[in-house]
Design a protein around this ligand. Structure first.
Ligand SMILES: [Zn+2]
Ligand SMILES: [Zn+2]
Length: 282
């Protein structure tokens, strides 16, 4: 289904989400626009990396190994700030603060990007300059995303998505943000929160603690929302949201995630944590 059509559909069903969906749409459009003209260096794989992957279960590369188009990322950051200014009062306020911190050189955008978008560094810099960590981190991550995804595409053919079967990304080692059910038989895949790679996983499996026992793995769906479910693990008390593409058809997983925050609220109320929260959730 066309993305815009899908957004209209969700908005109709849940009018309260209109603002955030419009914002998402604008950010996504800008990211796609940047993607078309990116200049990133080819990633040179070393032979031993693939051996380590096969033998030791190391990811192919590390997060910071993704080459970024710094100029394009900085430009995108500025564009996203512009969009954020009109999104809502909190965002607008934060964007102003971030701009001030950039102007007075308290935040060095290029440096953060060159260091490979490290969450810890981002938080540290946000703290030092008194800006909202979540907003700042979201803007940085989104600015680097087109380069990261392009890097992932470059290496895609090096990996077999069907045979890894672990809870972390074979490409970059990050945790999954969502799980997806596909094809008639409902093959289950995990979606990397960092690079967007998808890999196969067993149906009954907690990616966060490798639990496979059905006694301690359960799930619930939203009311009249069989396409979305929350997979809970009673061993580590964490959860992952699962989107059933067999019911709604292939769609943008981040968009579907964004359209179902009520399920995250339910899971949290039950006492489960989400290791990689939706960056859009307020
Ligand atoms: Zn990854
Ligand atoms: Zn678990």
């Amino acid at each position: 289904m066309e993305k815009l059509e899908r957004i209209q559909q969700i908005k109709k069903k849940r009018p309260g989400y209109g603002e955030i969906l419009d914002f998402y749409q604008m950010v996504k459009e800008e990211r796609d626009r940047v993607k078309a003209s990116l200049k990133i260096k080819p990633i040179k794989l070393r032979k031993e990396w693939k051996e380590l992957l096969a033998k030791e279960g190391f990811s192919l590369i590390q997060k910071e190994d993704f080459p970024l188009d710094i100029e394009a990322s900085v430009k995108l950051f500025q564009t996203l700030c512009q969009i954020g200014k009109d999104a809502n009062p909190h965002m607008s306020d934060q964007v102003k603060k971030i701009k001030e911190a950039l102007d007075s050189k308290r935040i060095d955008l290029k440096k953060i990007l060159k260091e490979g978008v490290k969450e810890q560094r981002i938080e540290q810099m946000a703290d030092e300059s008194g800006v909202d960590k979540k907003v700042f981190s979201f803007l940085i991550q989104s600015s680097a995303k087109p380069s990261i995804e392009a890097g992932m595409e470059q290496l895609r053919s090096e990996l077999d998505p069907e045979t890894w079967l672990k809870g972390y990304c074979p490409m970059c080692g990050s945790l999954p943000s969502l799980s997806l059910l596909k094809e008639e038989t409902g093959k289950r895949y995990l979606l990397c929160s960092y690079c967007g790679y998808q890999w196969r996983i067993e149906r009954l499996f907690c990616p966060f603690c490798n639990n496979k026992e059905h006694e301690s793995l359960q799930y619930f769906c939203g009311e009249n929302e069989e396409a979305y479910r929350i997979d809970l693990c009673d061993k580590c008390h964490r959860y992952i949201k699962t989107i059933d593409f067999r019911i709604i058809g292939e769609s943008d997983p981040s968009l579907e995630d964004l359209a179902t925050p009520h399920l995250d609220i339910l899971a949290t109320q039950k006492g489960y944590k989400r290791p990689v929260p939706n960056p859009w959730a307020a």
